[in-house]
Each structure stands twice: as C-alpha cells, then as structure tokens.
Design a protein around this ligand. Structure first.
Ligand SMILES: Nc1ncnc2c1ncn2[C@@H]1O[C@H](COP(=O)(O)OP(=O)(O)OP(=O)(O)O)[C@@H](O)[C@H]1O
Ligand SMILES: [Mg+2]
Length: 487
C-alpha cells in the first residue's frame, strides 16, 4: 500500500513539531524515520496513524486523501502503529487482547480467534501463550501481541516507533525477520522510527531524516552509519573514551544474594562495587538484572543474603533509608515507574528536592527546573507537563532529576530512546559522577554500550551470574554469546 504525507504541519503552542513535511512510502519497502530527540518523528507518525490530527496537510493512501479522527479510522484504512510508549493493555489474557478492536456487534468467536492466533504465532515463530495474562508479559512480548493484533485487522502499512528499545536480541531478530517477510511477501509498507542506526542499516531500504520539525534529507541503504549520523546532526559524532579512574573503597557489597520473584529465581549473587567503578549488567530481558538493581535500591526484599552500603547492612530497610544512604535508582519505565505524565517539570522538582520545611519552595523548584533543563538540554519548559516531552526528552529529564553526590547510582537502560549525541552527553555526565566517587551499576540491552563503559560486567543467565573482570578483551559479539548461555 502506498502512503503519502503531503505538507503536514503541526504546532503545539510555540513548538513547531512538524513543518510542511511531505514524504512518500511505497508498498513493499521498509523505511526509517530518523532525527534527534524532539525532531518531530513521533508526532508525524501519530498523525499518519490517526492518533493526532495535523493542523494542515493530508494523508493520502493509494491516491486517496483521507481524514482520520481516531486510530481506528487509520486501521480501517490499513495503517497501524506500535506506539513509542507502551499502550495500556487491558488486564485480560493475550487472546482477549488479540481480539480487541474488532468490528462487529456480536460476540467474537473465541475458537476461531484462537485458531487464527496460533497460526500467526507459528508462522512468525513468536513464543506467546494465548492464555497468559498480559501483565505478566515482557515489553517484547506485548509488542509481538500488538503486531499480531494489527495484522489480524488487515493492516497494510505498519509503523513502529522505537520498537527495539527494551526487547531482547532474540526478540529483535524475530521482529526483523517478520517485518522483512511482510514487506517482501505481502508488499507491506513498513516504517521504523529508531535511534539505533545499526538496526536501521540491518532492516531498512531508505531513511528519511527530520531536524527540528523539518524534513532535511534522505539516504538509500545500505550506506555507512556515519552517513546517517551526518545527515541527522550535520556532523560526525564519536563516542568518547572512558578515562581511567582510581577506584576507592567498596561502596556496595552484595553477599550471596538470592532473589525470588514471580518470574524467576536468581541464586547466590556476590559482588563488590567500589567508589568510582562502573558495573554493566548484561542479560536477556527478564534474566534477573531488574530484580537485582531493585534489591540494591531497597525496592525488593531479597530471599536471602546481605547488602551493605558503605559497610552498613541494608536488608530490611526501606527505600527511603536506601535513598538517605546515598542510593538512587532510575527505572526503565519512564512514565510507568518514574515520571508522572500529567505533572510539569517544575512539579517534579518540587516533589524531589530535599527539603527540611513542610511546605514546597516553589521559587527554588522553578529555578532548579530551569537550570536542569538548560544543563541537560531538555527540549521543554518548566511548565510543560512531562507527557508532552518527546520520548528522548523524558529520558533526559528523568536523568536530570537524579540527586547530586550519590554513593551508588543504579540505572536501568540509561540511554534508551536517546539519539547518539544525547547518549554521549549522558555518559559524559555519568563518567563525571564516577570521577566524583559515585559507584555506578547499569543495565543495558546495548551490548556495545556495556562493553564501552563498564569496568566489570555481570552477566545474568538462567538464574546465575558470571562476572567478567576484564571487559578490555570483551566484544559485543562475545558478550552476546554469554548472555545466551554459551560459555
Ligand atoms: N502533546 C504535546 N503537547 C506539547 N508539545 C508536544 C506534544 N507532543 C509533542 N510535543 C513537542 O513536539 C516536539 C516533537 O516531539 P516528538 O515526540 O514528535 O519528537 P521525536 O522526534 O519523536 O523525539 P524522540 O526521539 O525524543 O522520541 C517536541 O518538542 C515535543 O515536546
Ligand atoms: Mg519519539
């Protein structure tokens, strides 16, 4: 299905998110939409999928100009989208979610739906249990479910907004195989919004680049990654080297920790993290890394074992006591676990700045908000509700909320959704904290990020962990084998 965007413009107050953008998407081809954080990618895709309306311009499908008032209109015209922020899935089973959104005033035929579902998962080699409850699914599994749902609604153009942030390498391979097959065998039009340029090169045929709300150029793929970076930023960007640091005393001591959660058990983890050290946690999605950092943050009570911060036993203490001991945790789910969408940037500082007084010091909150926005280059204003920030800017903002002078900083996917330049900037900030003596433990699905920044690496697999002491000799490929259980 051929989809054209013609002269699309969209403003939010003073922000010109899309300015007169015209693009053509041919059937059977896979496109990338690239651009720095806040460039207008998600806005454009939401307009194309009926989630938002444009101020002007039109969406033309197979030559016919259409008006969408809701995503269901776009789906009826064959355009479906996977959104950047995970949609709310109703607390039903996989199969019940699969049939959500179907037309018809009669009860759906569950046997027929099950049959169709099983045929689709077999065809795409997805590993999904139709009777599982969606709240037990990983992000990658929810995504697979949403793709199957859209396909069953006969979507002919599929838009994916940063689908590979937060899914495992295996799920990514499965996803890409499916998308390639759909484009090749069924002339599906596929559009991928992504900051992962390796993924773009692997999957896409053509890249369209946005900068500050405008279309600035296109590039046929294959091409070198540097060609895409230059088109996006107008310059070449390289990852900074990790300077050596003198490590201090142990800040965090984890001693034979056992964690049991609904999904898994991790046994016998022991680790010492010294002041100024960076530890990368590698593993497939859901291998226990999340539970490990939440235990170290005081959010999960481990089954057994000891956690010491600066020599002080912490098990049994509250999250607030961990925080007072100098521990901070940045969770992966920006809106679900960290930020509050309806609250403004200033509100967040009002809530999180340490204060002895029982009232909120608003001038200080506003002042801090403005200062951190500038420092972290957040595209937004102190009065912006956090929900209106672009995905990458929410991430930068979440990082800007972290207190200064921490003993231990625990991060889950710190650069998820960030453009290359912003990711580098965030690591500059983190390495600066490291120089100041903060111990850093971070989870990432980006194996090259782990290899580049870790002093040591902890690999999670099958309920056990393996410590890699010398990341100097480690490559992303070798690490990929380890997290898949190949020793
Ligand atoms: N609902 C909204 N209200 C106000 N401003 C908005 C809204 N949605 C988006 N914006 C603004 O429009 C601009 C473009 O945002 P958009 O989400 O399209 O960026 P993006 O290219 O997807 O960025 P990212 O890579 O960070 O996801 C940003 O400045 C953003 O703050
Ligand atoms: Mg976006």
């Amino acid at each position: 299905m051929k989809v054209e965007l013609k002269h699309i413009s969209k403003t939010f107050g003073p922000v010109r998110a899309n300015q007169d953008i015209s693009l053509t998407f041919e059937a059977g081809r896979i496109y990338a939409i690239l651009g720095e954080n806040g460039a207008g990618k998600s806005t454009l895709m939401k307009i194309m999928s009926g989630y938002q309306s444009a101020d002007s311009g039109e969406v033309v499908v197979d030559g016919q100009a259409l008006t969408f008032n809701a995503p269901t209109d776009a789906i009826a015209s064959g355009i479906g989208m996977l959104y950047q922020d995970p949609l709310d899935f109703p607390p039903f089973t996989v199969l019940e979610n699969f049939i959500a959104g179907r037309a018809g005033g009669f009860l759906p035929d569950m046997d027929e739906a099950r049959h169709q579902f099983m045929a689709l998962i077999e065809r795409f080699e997805f590993d999904l249990d139709p009777d599982a409850y969606v709240d037990a699914l990983t992000i990658g599994e929810r995504q697979q479910l949403e793709i199957l749902r859209l396909l069953s609604l006969n979507v002919r153009a599929l838009i994916l907004d940063e689908p590979t942030t937060g899914i495992s390498a295996e799920q990514k391979t499965a996803l890409f195989n499916v998308l390639k097959a759909l484009a090749r065998d069924e002339a599906m039009t596929v559009i991928l919004v992504s900051h992962k340029l390796e993924d773009v090169i692997e999957l896409c045929d053509e890249a369209y680049v946005l900068r500050r709300g405008k279309f600035v150029g296109q590039q046929s793929i294959p091409c070198p990654i540097s060609a895409l970076v230059e088109l996006m930023f107008g310059k070449v960007i390289e990852r900074q080297a990790r300077p050596p640091v003198e490590v201090g005393d142990p800040t965090l001591v984890v001693d034979r920790l056992c964690i049991t959660s609904r999904r898994l058990t991790v046994e016998n983890v022991s680790l010492e993290v010294h002041a100024g050290e960076v530890i990368g946690l590698a593993g497939l999605d859901g291998s226990g890394q999340g539970e490990f950092v939440r235990s170290c943050a005081g959010l999960i009570k481990p089954e057994d074992g000891r956690i010491l911060i600066d020599g002080r036993p912490m098990i049994g203490l509250t999250y607030h006591q961990f925080a007072r001991a100098g521990v901070a945790f940045l969770p992966a789910g920006r809106i679900e676990e960290g930020l509050i969408g309806e609250m403004t940037v200033t509100d967040h500082f009002a809530l999180t700045l340490p204060s002895r007084a029982p009232w909120v010091n608003w001038p200080r909150a506003r002042h801090t908000a403005q200062a951190r926005i500038t420092h972290f280059n957040v595209k937004g204003r102190p009065g912006s509700p956090v929900r209106t920030l672009s995905g990458g800017n929410q991430q930068r903002f979440a990082l800007s909320l972290l207190p200064q002078n921490l003993r231990l900083l625990l991060l889950e996917h710190p650069t998820r959704g960030l453009d290359v330049e912003s990711a580098n900037y965030i690591w500059e900030q983190l390495l600066e904290r490291r120089r100041g003596g903060t111990a850093i433990v971070f989870i990432s699905a980006e194996l090259d990020e782990i290899v580049a920044y870790s002093d040591r690496i902890l690999v999670f697999f099958g309920g056990r962990v393996t410590l890699v002491d010398d990341p100097e000799d480690m490559t992303a490929n070798r690490l990929g084998e380890l997290i898949g259980g190949r020793l």
